[in-house]
Ligand binder design. Structure first.
Ligand SMILES: *[C@@H]1O[C@H](CO)[C@@H](O)[C@H](O)[C@H]1NC(C)=O
Ligand SMILES: *[C@@H]1O[C@H](CO)[C@@H](O)[C@H](O)[C@H]1NC(C)=O
Ligand SMILES: *[C@@H]1O[C@H](CO)[C@@H](O)[C@H](O)[C@H]1NC(C)=O
Length: 914
């Protein structure tokens, strides 16, 4: 019983009697993910609405506190044009409420209109630059040139940041040994941002978004062409002195010639006129700590200027007039060195180093460093103001760094390193030389041993991306380090508002395949406790195994090596997971039903990784992802199942339409074109078909179609620029599947990219009916996508499509006899039965069929992870392991994901018959 009440507290269901806002209410409560933050510097969130409830032109949204302005827009629509998802922004507020109530009112009848207008951000869209004034800062964004921000000015008129630019260093090779460093054949180049386009949002009542696109261009006239395209998004909120920056790059270099050896964002900080002893450097250390220094220190000297003066300097306040100091100090100020440069390097997740020097050409002095730096740097003056820069997940994204330069000159400089120049360059070459695998036969044989699907030239990073989140803060004068610590806490976990799980569920906007945790019976309570174990265990493994790094942060490993007590980080297809079997879906659905902050942050980091690094965003493979492997991009299986847009959908809508994620969703709309140049099953195809551009392509009706369908549905929901094309392709292919004699069981089809028609596969041009199922078809988002799609379509689903899906959900686990009776042959290759039990559960629930429900639970219980087994870890320590670990040697990420999804969905569909 103790365990059950512990769970109750954990799930937050003790206060179940509290009123909640449901589909028939006109208002919805949102509260912070986790505890209410200490401060709100402005935030954006998404809110779903039930179908048919509000038409966009008939409704306004306001906060019922009557004070806090709300900017609202629509990010998703139901089929009937009613609002499916709204997005909302609130400005910086002086106080933070624990929850807010979003009130829907008939258009134009709102009570608080004037208040909203009062806080309007001013946006001046000029010929040469865009100027945004939040009321606290004015930021200028040039529309061309090298500076993505020309100035950041405080309300007091002080320019505290200028000439903001992106910086990039690269080299043409990596010396093999220290001896080789004398090899002059390594060319090094420096690049900076070169703007190609700048846009600004139209509605800016609470939030303005400036989007800057371009490439990195050489600074010294080397002949390297512009490369490494970037998109930098600046989010500015009314009343806020903070700027949220979302920085994305896409690798378009050559993996063996373009080694990134530094990637950063740099600002100049004007310091002219500020006494050196009034200039301050602040660098975040560990646990909210700070290095608090002045460029010219007057503490610790042989002669004491006076306690008040020393304290003022330490606190970052302007020092009293020199006439009030002890003259033994003032007469000798010129003998005290000024510290011009500071450098913090976080080259591993376990330690950072810190140093300073008086100027270039003089030696660096080590400053005691620490373990995990906070990721914020400040440079400024007591009277002139200053600038702070903070990188979210600073140490988790190692190798990172923060440099302060020229602090003793008229113009200081802060550089935030997203990739530290002190680290070895980013090496995106393949990790082996191919091992002689020069035929498909050899590659398939190698797959038998390392589980890696290799093919020469497919280990390419061309087109992968990475996104980082940065915050900039402007100050009228040097702030207290407590203030900086609070701002950095905000940057590390930007506060997020979300509606309660009950409400999200009632709207059905993220499907009806999940339900709320319920521990009313021992069997259900056991499953909840298992799910809790799984999610916590993976969070602990991220830390225990140091799954961190510039590219790696957010991913998890695929399988465990019980002998080495180590994940198989070096064994082909068992290493990085790259969304294999949909852990993304499990953690997001687990968040939806629990609302837990730890789960949200875990899911968010995963989405930021899998959507960027594991997928291609330009080139022939745009819209496809890469199968699990030792490097995120090295396996030769480039498939839509890995870039599955459904994995992005939860975060996209809950975040209020995160624009970067929206762009990744756009990318996947071109995934279908890739089938004209790349056959995903080329190595095992026996029918002789070959892709050729313009001709019909063949693709799988499981992993391929489900991923394309997810992208098309999301585009239709968003009413994006290609929604009519997306709807046509979605309807065309679904109609095609319905028309196949064996529906989904056919396994593949011929698809006409141009008009979205789907015909029988080359193996069965006359649609006689073939049987080709795969255990993988339904474990990369297909159940979620089709379930949402059928609800979206309602009675307009193409005739026969629902029945085709019901057949698949029924027959996959129905056994050989029933399969033969229906299709003339039994299915071969039926596995992952636990994961597929949720298909039976779907059938049972929608057809109200108790015997199929029982079959679902039987398959759930007799495969994969068993509820009867102990969900526990074993401590391994001593010389057997690098450092002590709590291992769950019985657990793989396939099981983590599929047990998680089967549990959640079986409980939702057929929980009553458990
Ligand atoms: C919705 O909420 C209202 C007010 O709390 C309540 O009276 C009503 O019963 C709820 N309806 C549903 C379907 O839960
Ligand atoms: C799609 O294109 C094919 C080939 O051009 C054509 O045969 C078919 O009629 C078209 N279908 C539709 C619905 O436009
Ligand atoms: C459940 O479905 C199976 C297969 O369609 C059918 O044979 C059986 O009669 C159904 N049972 C009920 C109670 O509908």
């Amino acid at each position: 019983m103790a365990r059950v009440s512990g769970l109750l507290a954990l799930l937050g269901v003790l206060g179940g009697a509290a009123a909640h806002y449901n589909a028939s209410s006109t208002s919805v409560k949102v509260s912070w993910v986790g505890d209410a933050p200490a401060q709100n510097l402005g935030t954006t969130f998404g809110l779903p609405w039930p179908q048919g409830k509000y038409k966009p032109h008939e409704v306004d949204f306001q906060l019922s506190d009557g004070q806090t302005p709300l900017q609202s827009w629509v990010t998703g629509y139901w089929r009937d044009g009613s609002i499916k998802w709204s997005a909302h922004a609130i400005p910086k507020t002086d106080s933070v409420a624990t929850e807010y109530t979003v009130q829907a009112t008939p258009k134009g009848k709102g009570k608080f209109k004037r208040e909203v207008q009062k806080t309007k951000i001013s946006v001046n869209h000029g010929h040469k630059e865009i100027i945004v004034n939040t009321g606290k800062i004015t930021v200028s964004f040039p529309k061309e040139g090298r500076h993505i921000v020309s100035s950041i000015k405080t309300a007091g008129g002080k320019i505290v940041g200028k000439n903001g630019r992106l910086v990039l260093h690269s080299q043409t090779d990596i010396p093999v040994t220290a001896d080789d460093r004398t090899d002059t054949a390594v060319d090094r180049s420096n690049f900076e941002s070169n703007i190609e386009g700048v846009t600004v949002s139209k509605d800016n009542s609470v939030r303005a978004l400036v989007t800057v696109r371009g490439k990195h261009t050489t600074t010294e006239g080397s002949d390297h062409e512009d490369w490494l395209p970037f998109v930098v998004r600046f989010y500015l909120y009314a009343n806020s002195e903070a700027i949220r920056v979302v920085h994305s790059i896409t690798f378009d270099g050559q993996q063996d010639k373009d080694f990134i050896s530094g990637l950063g964002i740099q600002f100049q900080v004007p310091l002219k006129g500020e006494q050196l002893y009034n200039r301050h450097v602040r660098l975040a250390g560990t646990d909210g700590g700070f290095l608090n220094e002045a460029v010219k220190g007057i503490t610790g000297l042989r002669r004491d200027p006076g306690a008040a003066i020393r304290t003022a300097q330490f606190e970052g306040k302007a020092l009293p007039a020199e006439s009030t100091w002890d003259t033994r100090v003032t007469t000798r100020l010129h003998w005290i060195p000024a510290w011009n440069d500071y450098s913090l390097s976080q080259l591993s997740p376990d330690g950072f180093t810190l140093k300073k020097r008086t100027k270039a050409g003089q030696s660096w002095i080590n400053i005691p460093g620490g373990t995990r730096a906070g990721g914020l740097a400040y440079l400024g003056g007591a009277t002139q103001g200053g600038l702070a820069v903070s990188l979210r997940d600073f140490w988790k994204r190692y190798p990172t760094g923060l440099d302060i330069a020229n602090a003793a000159s008229d113009e200081g400089q802060i550089t935030l390193w997203l990739y530290s120049p002190d680290a070895a360059p980013l090496d995106l070459r393949g990790y082996h030389d191919g091992l002689g695998q020069d035929t498909y036969a050899k590659q398939l044989d190698a797959l038998e041993i390392t589980y890696e699907d290799y093919e020469a030239k497919f280990d390419s990073p061309y087109g992968i991306s990475r996104t980082n989140e940065v915050f900039l803060y402007a100050f009228e004068s040097t702030p207290s380090s407590d203030t900086l610590a609070a701002l950095n806490a905000h940057a590390q976990e930007p506060p997020m508002l979300v509606a309660k799980p009950e409400y999200l569920l009632e709207t059905k906007a993220l499907g009806s395949y999940w339900g709320l945790p319920d521990i009313s019976t021992p069997a259900k309570a056991k499953i909840e406790s298992n799910l809790d174990f799984l999610v916590k265990h993976y969070q602990k493994e991220v830390e225990a195994r140091r799954w961190y790094g510039f590219l790696d942060h957010g991913d998890v490993m695929h399988a465990y090596d019980v002998d080495r007590h180590q994940w198989r980080y070096d064994i082909g297809g068992y290493a990085w997971d790259n969304s294999e079997l949909s852990p993304d879906l499990f953690v997001w659905q687990y968040f939806l039903r629990t609302g837990r902050a730890d789960v949200y942050r875990f899911a968010e980091a995963m989405t930021r990784h899998t959507g960027e690094v594991d997928s291609y965003h330009i080139g022939d493979w745009k819209g496809l992802g890469t199968r699990h492997g030792v490097l995120h991009f090295a396996d030769s299986a480039k498939q839509a199942r890995i870039s599955q847009p459904q994995y992005r959908k939860y975060f996209y809508y809950l975040s209020g339409g995160d624009e970067r994620t929206g762009e990744l969703l756009d990318d996947t709309l071109d995934a279908d074109k890739s089938y004209g140049v790349l056959d995903p099953v080329r190595k095992v195809r026996t029918d002789g078909w070959k892709p050729s551009p313009g001709a019909p392509v063949t693709f799988g009706l499981g992993t391929d179609w489900a991923a394309l369908a997810a992208g098309w549905l999301i585009e239709w929901e968003r009413r994006g620029p290609r929604w009519e094309e997306a709807k046509k392709k979605l309807t065309g292919t679904a109609t095609g599947i319905a028309n196949l004699k064996n529906g989904f069981v056919t396994g593949s089809g011929s698809y006409l990219i141009e008009n979205g028609t789907l015909l029988p596969p080359p193996t069965d041009p006359d649609n006689q009916g073939v049987v080709a199922i795969s255990h993988l078809s339904a474990v990369f988002g297909m159940p979620e996508v089709i379930s949402e799609l059928l609800e979206y379509w309602g009675d307009e689903a193409p005739a026969g499509f629902r029945e085709a899906w019901l057949d698949y959900t029924y027959y996959y686990l129905a056994g050989a006899a029933e399969q033969t009776a229906r299709y003339g042959t039994a299915f071969s290759g039926v596995s992952l039965k636990q994961g597929h039990s949720r298909l039976s559960a779907y059938y049972a629930a929608t057809q109200n069929n108790a015997s199929v429900a029982a079959l679902a639970w039987t398959n759930y219980r007799n495969d994969g992870l068993r509820d009867s087994q102990a969900f526990t870890t074993n401590r391994i320590e001593g010389s057997a392991v690098l450092h002590p670990v709590d291992e769950a040697a019985w657990l793989s990420t396939n099981d983590f994901a599929q047990y998680g999804l089967a549990s959640i969905q079986n409980l939702a569909y057929i929980g009553d018959s458990i």
